[in-house]
Design a protein around this ligand. Structure first.
Ligand code: ZN
Length: 242
């Protein structure tokens, strides 16, 4: 199987369209989304409709649930709060129902998918350090777990001898007996100094996970954020990749 896993679209339609067209060249069997379809940019409805048509399973992100009042706004900074309020006004009953019904964790024979961490997924904690990762490694019963949330693409690997190692290389070979947590990065608002959209492919026959990057029309996405009256930094950060 060739699985597509992407996350953190954040209502950025230009970025999502670029990623979907890149995936069309990848012979993908099934698509999965790690959450935060909405929040920050200006096309929540359009992005949700593309994701719903394409993806077999999406897990809940903090912005998804905050937009439908399932996660408290107290955990967000003022710019994110403003974007969530703006987003909430642009969702119809079907969009709201879709976001409300998202599960926190998805699992199949090959991988687990969660927005933040497996340790208390409802709290949407970030995974930055080896010790953050260790709590999720302990709870995994698949070899691979895909996460999003930090918008920083990278691989945590657990090996019984070497312990936990972290890499921001573009790919990892899956060795049996080891475990891997893969942050697939962000489609719509990368924060790892590379402004191009991140998207991931897991080839279970080749036992290889690859994170790829593709450029998109940042000027168009940023212009719409400014025209909508949303905080200017949300537009400026797109070209900085932070
Ligand atoms: Zn996010």
């Amino acid at each position: 199987m060739r699985y597509a896993i992407f996350s953190d679209v954040h209502s950025n339609l230009e970025a999502l369209e670029a990623v979907v067209s890149a995936y069309k060249k990848e012979r993908i069997d099934e698509y999965y989304c790690g959450g935060d379809i909405v929040g920050y940019a200006t096309n929540p409805a359009e992005c949700m409709e593309i994701v719903q048509a394409l993806v077999r399973q999406t897990v809940a992100g903090n912005h998804d649930w905050a937009s439908v009042d399932l996660f408290s706004l107290e955990y967000f900074n003022s710019m994110a709060k403003e974007a969530i309020a703006w987003t909430g006004k642009r969702l119809d009953a079907n969009h709201r129902h879709f976001l409300e019904s998202l599960k926190l964790v998805y699992k199949n024979d090959f991988f687990t998918l969660v927005h933040g961490t497996l340790h208390e997924p409802r709290d949407f904690n970030y995974m930055f350090s080896d010790s953050d990762a260790s709590m999720t490694f302990e709870l995994m019963d698949t070899d691979v777990c895909f996460v999003g949330h930090s918008h920083i693409a990278g691989f945590f690997a657990y090996d019984r001898v070497a312990g936990i190692t972290y890499s921001e290389a573009g790919s990892a070979d899956i060795k049996s007996g080891n475990k891997y947590i893969v942050n697939v990065g962000s489609v719509g608002q990368p924060r790892d100094q590379d402004p191009r959209s991140a998207y991931c492919v897991y080839d279970t026959d080749k036992k290889k996970i690859t994170i790829k990057r593709i450029g998109y029309d940042i000027g168009s996405a940023a212009g719409k954020i400014i025209d909508a009256g949303l905080p200017r930094f949300l537009a400026e950060r797109l070209s900085a990749g932070k």
